[in-house]
Design a protein around this ligand. Structure first.
Ligand code: C2E
Ligand code: MG
Ligand code: MG
Length: 283
C-alpha cells in the first residue's frame, strides 16, 4: 500500500467510525410515464483536509482492508430509515443500494439484510441491490447468496453492465431482475451506430429474460429519447437529476412531474434547456 493510500484509509476509517459519511440519492424514472420508480443511494465523504473524496477511490480501499461490511451496514441502515421518513411524508419509492461483491461472500448476509429491513419496517421488495462484477469476483460464484436474496423478495440489478468481465451468460444464469447498461454505451448516443446496436441488443436480451433495462448516465435530451426508442424501461442521469440530498427528493419529484412532458415534446425544448443547464451547474 502506498503512503497516500494508507493515509486515506486511516482518514476513511475515522470518518466511518465518527459518522462523518452521508448518503445522497439519485432518482431513476420510468420511460413510460416519467414517474420516479426508485432512488439509488450513493455514499459521500467530505474530508476536512482532503476535500470530497470519490467513492470510486475509497470503496475499493474499504473492500481490500476489511471496512466494507461496516460501510455497507451503516449505509443500508441509513437508507432504510430514510425510506421510512419519505413514506411518512407521502413518497412511496423503491431503494437501490450498491453492494460490494466482497460482502456477498458470506451466506449469512441475506439474513442480516432481511433482519435490518424488518427492524426498520421496510418490506424487502422495496429494496433492489446493485452489484458490480469485479475482476477477481465473478458473480457466478455467488449464486447461492444471490438466490437467497431473491427468495426473500429483494430485487437484484447488475450494475455497469457491458464493461469489465460481465458476460451475457450471467444474465441467464443468475437471478437478476434488472440490468443497468453502463454509461459508456450511452455517452455517444444517438449518433454512434455501434452504441445503438449494443444498447438495443442488451435491451432485447433483458426483456427476453424478463428483466428491467435501465440506462445509466443520461445527460442530454437526445440520449433520453434515443434510449426510449431503443426500448429501455428506466433512466438515470444528470439530465433527470443529480444525486440529491434526502430532503430535496420530494420537491424534485413534484417539479419533475411537471417537466416530464417537455422532455418528449419539441415545443418545450427551449424551456427544458434552461432547466438542464441549471441541473448540471448544481451537480
Ligand atoms: P454506480 O453504482 O454505477 O453509480 C453511478 C455513478 O455515476 C455515481 O457516481 C453517480 O454520481 C454517477 N452519475 C450519475 N449520473 C451520471 C451522469 O449523468 N453522468 C455521469 N458522468 N455520471 C453520473 P459516484 O457516486 O461517484 O459513485 C461511483 C461508484 O462508487 C458507484 O457506481 C458505485 O459502484 C460505488 N458506490 C457509490 N456509493 C456506494 C456505496 O454506498 N456502497 C458501495 N459498495 N459502492 C458505492
Ligand atoms: Mg449503482
Ligand atoms: Mg453504474
Amino acid at each position: 500500500m502506498t503512503a497516500a493510500d494508507r493515509k486515506l484509509l486511516e482518514s476513511f476509517g475515522r470518518a466511518l467510525a465518527t459518522q462523518k459519511l452521508r448518503l445522497v440519492y439519485q432518482p431513476k424514472v420510468s420511460l413510460k410515464d416519467g414517474r420516479l420508480t426508485r432512488v439509488e443511494a450513493l455514499v459521500r465523504w467530505d474530508d476536512p483536509e482532503l476535500g470530497p473524496v470519490s467513492p470510486s477511490r475509497f470503496v475499493p480501499l474499504a473492500e481490500q482492508h476489511g471496512l466494507i461490511d461496516p460501510l455497507t451496514e451503516w449505509g443500508l441502515r441509513t437508507t432504510l430509515k430514510q425510506w421510512r421518513k419519505w413514506r411518512e411524508q407521502g413518497l412511496e419509492t423503491r431503494l437501490a443500494f450498491n453492494i460490494s461483491a466482497v460482502s456477498l461472500q458470506s451466506l449469512d448476509f441475506p439474513d442480516l439484510v432481511e433482519r435490518m429491513c424488518r427492524a426498520v419496517g421496510v418490506p424487502t421488495d422495496r429494496l433492489v441491490l446493485e452489484l458490480t462484477e469485479g475482476a477477481t469476483q465473478p458473480l457466478v460464484r455467488l449464486m447461492d447468496t444471490l438466490t437467497r436474496f431473491r427468495i426473500k423478495g429483494m430485487g437484484l440489478a447488475i450494475d455497469d453492465f457491458g464493461t469489465g468481465y460481465s458476460s451475457l451468460l450471467q444474465l441467464r444464469q443468475l437471478p437478476f431482475t434488472e440490468v443497468k447498461i453502463d454509461r459508456c454505451f450511452v455517452k455517444d448516443l444517438p449518433s454512434a451506430h455501434d452504441s445503438r446496436l449494443i444498447v438495443r441488443t442488451i435491451v432485447d436480451l433483458a426483456h427476453g429474460l424478463g428483466l428491467v433495462a435501465t440506462a445509466e448516465g443520461i445527460e442530454t435530451i437526445e440520449q433520453l429519447r434515443c434510449v426510449r426508442e431503443l426500448g429501455c424501461d428506466v433512466v438515470q442521469g444528470f439530465l433527470v437529476a443529480p444525486p440529491l440530498d434526502p430532503d430535496d427528493l420530494i420537491g424534485w419529484d413534484r417539479e419533475f412531474k411537471k417537466l416530464w412532458p417537455a422532455l418528449l415534446s419539441d415545443e418545450s425544448l427551449e424551456l427544458w434547456g434552461d432547466v438542464e443547464a441549471d441541473t448540471l451547474r448544481q451537480r
